[in-house]
Design a protein around this ligand. Structure first.
Ligand code: DAH
Length: 338
C-alpha cells in the first residue's frame, strides 16, 4: 500500500510537470484529488490494511494530498493572468469600500393624507368602502339624481369609455353601491381616484376624493355639522374656524359647502384664498329622498348625510404646495420631503 501511494505521487508529479495549461492542471486535480480520484480511492482502502499500519498510511496519504494540492495551486497561479481560474484568484474584493445603501420607498403624500383623513373617520366608527373607477353612468349620475339632461353633468368634464360607461367623476357612486347592498345603518368613507377632463395648477385629469356617508334613523343636519367640524379640526388644528355655506348638489337636500378660514393668511385675504379669507374644503348635505328611493330605503323612516372632499386640495393646503402637478411628476426631491 505504501508503495502504491509513492507510485501515485510520482505519477501525479510527473504529469504536473508536463502540464502546460489551466485545463490540464484542473484535469489532473480531478483525476487524483477529486471525489472519485485515484488518491481518494486509495485512501478508502486504508481500512483494509493491518491495524498497526493504518495511522501511518493515513498520515502519508494526507501529506501527499496536501503536497499535490499546493503544487497544483501554485502551478495554476503561475498561469494567471491567462486563465479563468487565475483571473478569479487575482480578483480581490475590498470589503472596506462603503456600501451602496438601500433606498427606501415611502408612502406618497396623497396616500398619507388620504389615510390620515380616513383614520379620523375610523375613530368615529366609520368603515372604509371601495368602488370601481370605471363606473356605469347609472351609478355615477343617474342614481345620484343626475339624469341625462341634467345641467349638473356639465359641472363635471366626464371621460366616457362607452355610451353608458365612464371613468367615475367623483366617489359619490360608492354611496349607491353600498346602500344597494346593505340595510341601514350605514357609516362609510370611501377614498379613491376620480377622473375629470381638466388640467391646470389646481386640477389634474386624475385626482383623489373621499366620500362619506352616514345613514340611520334620526340623523340630522347637526350630526353633519358635528362630525365635519370634528374632522376639520383634527386635520387642520383645534382652532380652525369654519363656515357652512348653502349650496346645491343633486344628491343632497339641503346642501352645503364648508369653508375653513384661510390657513395661509388667517382670514385677511391672500392669493391662495383669492382675497376672500376663506378656503372651500368640503361638499356635503342631507341625502336627497330621491336617492333613498332609488336604493330602496324609506325616506320617511331614515335620514342621513353625505360629504365629499378632494384629497389633493387638502394636502396642498396642509403642506403649502402651490402646484398640484408636483404630486404626479415623481421627482424624488419633492416626494422625499414627506
Ligand atoms: N361629489 C361631489 C363632487 O365631486 C362632492 C360631494 C358633495 C359629495 C356633496 C357628497 C356631497 O357626498 O354630499 O363635487
Amino acid at each position: 500500500m505504501r508503495e502504491d501511494l509513492a507510485e501515485l505521487q510520482r505519477k501525479a508529479e510527473a504529469e504536473l510537470n508536463s502540464a502546460g495549461s489551466e485545463e490540464e492542471l484542473l484535469a489532473i486535480r480531478t483525476k487524483y484529488l477529486g471525489r472519485k480520484g485515484l488518491l481518494t480511492l486509495l485512501f478508502r482502502k486504508i481500512g483494509n490494511a493491518a491495524p498497526d499500519e493504518r495511522p501511518l498510511l493515513g498520515r502519508l496519504s494526507n501529506e501527499i494530498k496536501e503536497a499535490l494540492s499546493v503544487k497544483i495551486e501554485n502551478a495554476l497561479e503561475k498561469l494567471a493572468p491567462q486563465g479563468k481560474y487565475g483571473a478569479l484568484l487575482q480578483e480581490k474584493i475590498d470589503v472596506t469600500l462603503p456600501g451602496r445603501g438601500v433606498r427606501h420607498g415611502r408612502i406618497h403624500p396623497i396616500s398619507q393624507v388620504s389615510q390620515e383623513i380616513c383614520e379620523v373617520f375610523l375613530r368615529l366608527g366609520f368603515s372604509v368602502a371601495k368602488g370601481p373607477e370605471v363606473e356605469l353612468d347609472y351609478y355615477n349620475f343617474e342614481a345620484l339624481n343626475i339624469p341625462k339632461d341634467h345641467p349638473a353633468r356639465d359641472m363635471q368634464d366626464t371621460f366616457y369609455v362607452e355610451d353608458n360607461i365612464v371613468l367615475r367623476t367623483h366617489t359619490s357612486p360608492v354611496q349607491i353601491r353600498i346602500m344597494e347592498k346593505q340595510r341601514p345603518p350605514v357609516r362609510i368613507v370611501s377614498p379613491g381616484k376620480v377622473y375629470r377632463h381638466d388640467s391646470d395648477v389646481s386640477h389634474t385629469p386624475m385626482f383623489h376624493q373621499i366620500e362619506g356617508l352616514w345613514v340611520d334613523k334620526g340623523i340630522t343636519f347637526s350630526d353633519l355639522k358635528g362630525v365635519l367640524t370634528y374632522f376639520l379640526q383634527q386635520v387642520f388644528g383645534e382652532d380652525t374656524v369654519l363656515r357652512f355655506r348653502p349650496s346645491f348638489f343633486p344628491f343632497t337636500e339641503p346642501s352645503a359647502e364648508i369653508d375653513i378660514q384661510c390657513i395661509i393668511c388667517g382670514g385677511t385675504g391672500c392669493r391662495v384664498c383669492g382675497q376672500s379669507g376663506w378656503l372651500e374644503i368640503l361638499g356635503a348635505g342631507m341625502v336627497d329622498p330621491e336617492v333613498f328611493k332609488t336604493v330602496g330605503y324609506d325616506p320617511e323612516e331614515i335620514s342621513g348625510f353625505a360629504f365629499g372632499l378632494g384629497v389633493e386640495r387638502i394636502a396642498m393646503l396642509k403642506y403649502s404646495i402651490s402646484d398640484i402637478r408636483l404630486f404626479y411628476e415623481n421627482d424624488r426631491r419633492f416626494l422625499e420631503q414627506f
